[in-house]
Ligand binder design. Structure first.
Ligand SMILES: Cc1cc2nc3c(=O)[nH]c(=O)nc-3n(C[C@H](O)[C@H](O)[C@H](O)COP(=O)(O)OP(=O)(O)OC[C@H]3O[C@@H](n4cnc5c(N)ncnc54)[C@H](O)[C@@H]3O)c2cc1C
Length: 332
């Protein structure tokens, strides 16, 4: 069997592994201590925070089938949030999200989806090596040799696939990769995620807010999502361009700025948080004008997938992996 290394255990890497593990021997490498990538959850007991993807919607039939299965096994639910549109600090529109166009979340948290896929892969004898950052890919005889930052050899592979943000893939892939300049052309913007945990329930008339004309772009009452515990938690996302403009500011400056804006929208009650954390996402969201397709170099046996190939959303990560699995199966 050919040996394939997949770099990145987010939704795209794990989905790709699922769809090629019957014809090749797969190893997945993940730099973080847990899988699921930007479908991320931070636990600060008793609080949990989805500090990456907030929800996802479904259009593609194969993604619909996958989400239907996850719903059946209780790992995904519809978040029927009280949704508002906020302009500056003022609520301009409100409506309830409903089951006719579901806004899905992982249960009991967003990372559950990746963890479920990883557990299934382990049953298929796919190796998932967490805490392992691939930093170098070299030609070694007829194979690709993967190395870490201490020059440890992580293995020799016939194919290497990146399932990581485009800019990181551009830094990692060998110079012979045909699609290196395409990778370099994909723009992904940063984002700050502020996480707040409270002793008291928040007094708000909404659960999810899309914010315009503000430092913030989004606010979720995380604890209003289905399957969460009762401890009141809130996640606020910065605007991507604001994060880019203030990427090198100190953490305390960013927290102070975001807290002031948040208080303007949700009231001074947010200042009473018992837990306050900040996550700085370097490559959070791909710009909408993404490529529309995955990258494969059959001659070199190198390829790339990820949300950014399509549109920077959870569904795009899944669909990109399906597309690449089909391309790799044909190439083999
Ligand atoms: C703040 C934020 C909010 C978002 N909100 C939404 C939303 O509401 N709805 C929506 O649909 N989408 C949202 N998204 C986007 C969504 O999270 C992504 O589209 C999707 O999770 C991307 O999956 P992926 O597998 O392509 O990449 P990732 O999830 O980024 O997975 C890549 C993985 O590769 C690992 N990795 C990177 N480099 C290496 C290396 N060299 N070696 C080993 N491992 C490596 C990373 O640790 C990561 O686990 C949001 C993202 C962020 C950050």
């Amino acid at each position: 069997m050919k040996k394939v290394a997949i770099i990145g255990a987010g939704l795209s890497g794990l989905t790709l592994a699922q769809h090629i593990a019957d014809i090749v021997e797969v190893t997945v490498f993940e730099k973080f201590h847990q899988v699921s990538g930007r479908m991320a959850t931070r636990v600060h007991a008793p609080y949990t925070f989805d500090h990456g993807a907030q929800f996802f919607t479904v259009k593609h039939p194969e993604f619909a089938a996958f989400v239907h299965h996850l719903t059946q096994v209780g790992l995904v639910g519809s978040w029927d949030a009280r949704f508002v549109e906020v302009d500056g600090t003022q609520v301009k529109k409100s409506r309830a999200w409903e089951e006719t166009f579901p806004h899905y979340v992982g249960m009991p948290d967003m990372a559950s989806v990746g963890q479920y896929l990883a557990a299934q892969l382990l049953q298929k004898n796919v190796a998932i090596r967490v805490n392992t950052q691939v930093t170098n890919i070299q030609k070694h005889e007829a194979k690709w040799r993967l190395m870490d930052a201490s020059d440890n050899v992580l293995g020799n592979y016939d194919w290497v696939v990146t399932a990581i943000p485009a800019a990181q893939a551009a830094n990692l892939m060998p110079s012979s990769y045909t699609h290196l300049s395409t990778l370099g052309s994909v723009v992904m913007l940063p984002c700050y995620a502020l996480m707040l945990g409270f002793e008291q329930a928040l007094n708000l008339t909404w659960d999810a807010a899309h914010v315009t004309n503000s430092t913030l772009s989004w606010i979720s009452v995380n604890s209003s999502k289905p399957g969460r515990n009762m401890h009141s938690s809130l996640v606020a996302m910065s605007r991507n361009q604001w994060a880019a403009d203030n990427f090198h500011q100190s953490e305390s400056w960013v927290i102070e700025s975001m807290m002031q804006t948040l208080a303007g929208i949700a009231g001074d009650q947010v200042m009473q948080s018992k837990v306050l954390q900040l996550k700085k996402w370097h490559y959070a969201n791909a710009q909408k004008s993404a490529l529309g397709h995955v990258l494969i170099d059959s001659g070199q046996q190198l390829a790339s997938c990820g949300d950014w190939c399509i549109s920077g959303r959870v569904e795009s990560a899944f669909v990109s992996a399906i597309q690449l699995s089909q391309a790799i199966r044909s190439a083999l």
